[in-house]
Design a binder for this molecule. Sequence first.
Ligand code: PEP
Ligand code: MN
Length: 337
Amino acid sequence: MLVLLERGLGESSIGDIATRLRMFGLSIHRTDHGGQARIGAVGENAGVDWGAVRAWPGVASVEKLPAPFKLVSRAFHPHDTIISVGRCAIGSRQLAIMAGPCSVEGEEQAFTIAAAVARAGATIMRGGAYKPRTSPYSFQGLGEEGLKLLRRAADANGLAVVSEVMDSQHVPLVARYADILQVGARNMQNYALLKEVGHAEKPVLLKRGLAATIEEWLMSAEHIVSQGNTQVVLCERGIRTFETYTRNTLDLNAIPVVKELSHLPVIVDPSHGTGIRNKVGPMARASIAAGADGLIVEVHHDPDHALSDGAQSLYPEQFEELVGQIRTIAGVLGRTA
Ligand code: PEP
Ligand code: MN
């Protein structure tokens, strides 16, 4: 339920109301909008007499939050969530440009690509150190060594870091090096992992599952936010369809749909969304035109020898040209990149 408090109500009265709601066994989440405190009271609330709550002093009204997602809904939190990471405010008018290799492969590779993407205009460097690979015989990532390299390469170029965490036990380790914890498509419904990143003090980039509906994706975000971590960035990265000419089918419908349903920022990964280098640019441009808050793009200086996803990685020059085009499109929309 959404409990709207009277405008200008003092902090101690707000605290009292929150305490009383907690006594019903509900979990309490607060957001403020237009000078009014809004309390999201969630959980199994059988037996609560909401008519009585409505009459409590300080309570202006009580409304039902839409089903099934609550804390991530715009009904609870009407304004856009903005997440500050390094020089970037994700979800603001400034687009978030994240780029880097699929996997961190070594020092020279990480530093070369970091310098290239920084020069082109990225503010956040991507790179996997723990890789979810379809084959157990493919490169699985450099682990902590990869995180160290990524951090150093990013720092040397003034970039923040996003990297995937695959295992709930690795959350503290990845959080030590990365500014954003990426939950990959294959783990979108790994609820133990969602719970753990929900307790982390770092923003989470939640990719859409390979076969997840928008509702399932938002419910996964709800798992994270309900644990207390409100800093969730959604990432559309393509879904499985019957189409075989592209690796995935990038669902650009999801952008305006999510924007309406949720206050969370949504970015697009056109690299995994298409799987094909020369399709990345068109879909990146379309994503921004459709209202995405940013992009995460795979870039490699020597993609023919990349240890993962070389076929969908842009050359640094292509990425630089793309960022220029993205800036033009951003301008048309009153945004910057
Ligand atoms: C990745 O970002 O390299 C990755 C594995 O992405 P996804 O989880 O979307 O497949
Ligand atoms: Mn990849």
